[in-house]
Design a protein around this ligand. Structure first.
Ligand code: CU
Length: 123
């Protein structure tokens, strides 16, 4: 009986892990919504970043709207080292961050402890 319970828990755990990774990959990348010379992407900060990869168009002023719903202090700052940005993210509020899109390339962001990461791709 105990063996069956352990087996069931094991299967449930594997299913959960598979779902977790599948879900993340499924929602990982998002293109900015562009309208009248502006582009923006909303990013939810909760146990990481969603989406964690953002594609922006070159030369159009861009804003990333970070909304932190996670209470952990780990995620209370977001750092774009390429742009010299170190922005506090107040919990429950949307914090707009302007991104320089003048040069194409890939720019990473991270939490203050460099544990969680995301990436901006300027095309
Ligand atoms: Cu962290």
């Amino acid at each position: 009986m105990i063996r069956i319970i352990i087996l069931c828990l094991g299967v449930a755990l594997i299913a959960f892990i598979a779902w977790w990774f599948f879900g993340k990959h499924n929602f990982a990348t998002e293109n900015a919504s562009v309208n009248s010379n502006k582009q923006s992407v909303d990013i939810v900060v909760k146990g990481g970043y969603s989406p964690e990869k953002v594609i922006l168009e070159r030369g159009i002023p861009a804003t990333l709207n970070f909304k932190r719903t996670d209470s952990s202090s780990c995620l209370d700052h977001v750092i774009f080292s390429d742009f010299g940005i170190n922005q506090k993210l107040p919990q429950g509020k949307t914090e707009p961050i302007k991104i320089d899109t003048s040069k194409p390339g890939e720019y990473e962001w991270a939490c203050s402890m460099n544990m969680f990461h995301g990436k901006v791709i300027v095309k």
